[in-house]
Design a protein around this ligand. Sequence first.
Ligand SMILES: Cc1cc2nc3c(=O)[nH]c(=O)nc-3n(C[C@H](O)[C@H](O)[C@H](O)COP(=O)(O)OP(=O)(O)OC[C@H]3O[C@@H](n4cnc5c(N)ncnc54)[C@H](O)[C@@H]3O)c2cc1C
Length: 412
Amino acid sequence: MDLSYSAEEQAFRTEVRTWLGDHLTGDFAALKGLGGPGRDHEAHDERLAWNQHLAAHGWTALGWPAEHGGRGLSLMQQVIFHEEYARADAPARVNHLGEELLGPTLIAFGTPEQQQRFLPPIVAATELWCQGYSEPGAGSDLANVQTRARLETGPGGEQWVVDGQKVWTSLAHLSQWCFVLARTEPGSQRHEGLSFLLVPLDQEGVEVRPIEQITGGSEFNEVFLTGARTDAAMVVGEPGRGWGVAMGLLGFERGVSTLGQQVGFARELETVVERARANGSYDDPVLRDRLAQATVELEVMRVNALRGLSAVTAGSDSAAGGGAASIAKLVWGGWHRRLGELAMQVAGADGLTARGAAYDLDPHQRLFLFSRADTIYGGSDEVQRTILAERVLGLPREPRPTTPTTSTQGAR
Ligand SMILES: Cc1cc2nc3c(=O)[nH]c(=O)nc-3n(C[C@H](O)[C@H](O)[C@H](O)COP(=O)(O)OP(=O)(O)OC[C@H]3O[C@@H](n4cnc5c(N)ncnc54)[C@H](O)[C@@H]3O)c2cc1C
């Protein structure tokens, strides 16, 4: 395992750091620290402008091949970018679902026409995407998707007509397009007969209803599709074979941004320690022990992520084969949720009241409330444990509703 950086990588780190230092100034400086999980409502338009500024200077689609408008950077360079981005406290990008999930999926599975139509506006951050997988009866059990789509010929030519309901659709209220998993073969069961469709949201057949969360924000939505239309060519992969595309997309989830995410976690932990020092709770040896434990666990996560990265760059797929993605999700989801609980313990009575108006929460209160979701989205803890038990440890399979299926679903 080689955890050192080459001279070229160090130079790249300096380039990123310098660029961010030079550009995260003026109006953009006010955006520092804004956005991200549980805070997507913050300064959306301004963060979109920042995202477009990044794009104009070649800092989007870093890992995509150059022929698709990307930078073709190595895995390690992408990690360095995300680390420096988090270290600079740069605002959360608004286009991550397009850039990190749909873009790579279109590169892998899309037609040349789909790639030419959709990839440039993802790179430029001028068209935003959301993920329409989950339904009221299809979360962990994603193969239970009930949304239906049929081909019809009308005045607009041959089109898919989509009916159903999606739920927990993050950022649908701010997106122009949604990638939707729908059943296109009547009578089909489970993961057979599903298609991966690209559906424009600005049309009569689509209603987006925000869901208000315990944090007071509404970053996700219910999406009602009632005769929603999209052109026949807007299917990715073969009609009826959408399951493979949908699973391929989930494989791209949370790839190289993990180490950047951990830099963000370290910053959050620092603020909790600072608060403990300021309000005297740091003198409590039990609390101090928990803060130390959180610090140690974060360091273990960092080294583990580097180990996974090192294995991938060395060409060994043992990290993936060893269930690294499921282990990482289980560990960071639980760690971050416990950090929220620790922050409230440090805050003491102050954690119980809002600062002024209802929902005027401080960052630690928001962290506590939103981090409850960390062990659910991106595949719940129970689902991750089942994956590890069955695929890595070879334990007997859990009983399935009907035919066996896989479900690791749930991006943000
Ligand atoms: C913040 C947030 C953002 C999200 N964004 C999106 C999005 O943009 N697009 C999208 O499509 N979805 C999104 N989701 C939905 C997410 O994918 C689902 O919440 C997740 O897949 C779990 O599904 P569910 O909520 O239906 O819970 P369920 O699947 O009903 O699970 C309920 C509980 O039962 C447990 N459980 C379920 N099955 C099993 C089993 N076989 N064995 C043991 N335990 C089990 C689960 O672990 C969980 O604790 C988001 C969710 C959150 C919280």
